[in-house]
Design a binder for this molecule. Structure first.
Ligand SMILES: C[S@@+](CC[C@H](N)C(=O)[O-])C[C@H]1O[C@@H](n2cnc3c(N)ncnc32)[C@H](O)[C@@H]1O
Length: 257
């Protein structure tokens, strides 16, 4: 793979951001019940993680502080986790030691996974590779390392929220108007976060990309903020996200043959 331009910018940005994710990581590692996304929705309402992963080879793509990996180990999974940002992995490794859990933590990019074809039963990403890596590069890699019949699940912002979010944090959270186009949505550079690049695709294009990689959509769960929702993210509005989906979870299966 030729190294895409955005890779280093995203690592540099996460090297700076990592300190702001330590406290949330400590709470998540300590929580017996997984919870997800901006609104911390309990796993029992989303089913992002199955109750048991016993006997399953699992990988977290863009693990950050690796609390998702911790939850997978506690469900019986044999877990690998990969992320390119040393400061995020330092938190992950410290918490792994404190909690005494066995996770194969690697430094690396989801666009070029250091694993053989057909290795994993289950791959997951919560705002990791699915937000910070080009889907045209990480989805083929995820499909490659999944076993036939394996599942990929990922949680990220909805294209609708991306369309309705102003460029600058100072302009307030998500609006009730379309501020950017849907067609041609792909790499997005928010001006308040210079140097970093996010990726989002329109739904039809995402489904085509998944299908081109032998991945069939089983479910698309659009997450709704609860009535009393709060968040530490200034760009997210609980009122908006109670009426429209700010986040979505894709469940896709690799064909069995
Ligand atoms: C928000 S964290 C995701 C982890 C965790 N679930 C969370 O929500 O805090 C985003 C992570 O994506 C990672 N990341 C950035 N570029 C990546 C890439 N190309 N491949 C895999 N992970 C990447 C960053 O290093 C960062 O740790």
């Amino acid at each position: 793979m030729d190294k895409p331009d955005y890779l280093q910018g995203n690592v540099d940005s996460w090297q700076q951001e990592a300190v702001n994710y330590v406290e949330a990581a400590e709470l998540a590692w300590a929580s017996p019940e997984p919870y997800w996304g901006i609104w911390r929705i309990p796993n029992r309402e989303v089913g992002f993680l199955p109750d048991s992963l016993a006997g399953q080879r699992c990988i977290e793509l863009g693990c950050g502080t690796a609390y998702v990996s911790a939850w997978m180990v506690r469900r019986g999974g044999d877990v690998s986790a990969i992320d390119p940002t040393p400061n995020q992995l330092a938190t992950a490794r410290r918490l792994q030691q404190e909690h005494g859990l066995d996770i194969d933590i690697r430094e690396g990019f989801a666009e070029q996974l250091p694993f053989a074809d057909d290795t994993f039963d289950f791959a997951i990403s919560e705002y990791g590779a699915c937000l910070w890596a080009d889907p045209y590069l990480w989805i083929p890699e995820a499909a490659r390392v999944l076993k036939p019949g394996g599942q990929l699940a990922f949680l990220t912002n909805s294209p609708l929220m991306v369309m309705c979010t102003p460029d600058y944090d100072a302009d307030g959270p998500t609006k009730r108007e379309l501020l950017r186009p849907y067609f041609d949505m792909h790499a997005i550079n928010w001006p308040d976060e210079p140097g970093s690049t996010e990726f989002h695709l329109p739904h039809g294009e995402m489904i085509d990309l998944l299908r081109a990689n032998q991945l069939t959509v089983e479910r698309l769960v659009e997450l709704r903020a609860p009535n009393d929702a709060t968040t530490r993210y200034l760009w997210a509005s609980p009122e908006w996200a109670h009426l429209w989906p700010s986040e979505e979870v894709w469940f896709v299966n690799k064909s069995a043959t």
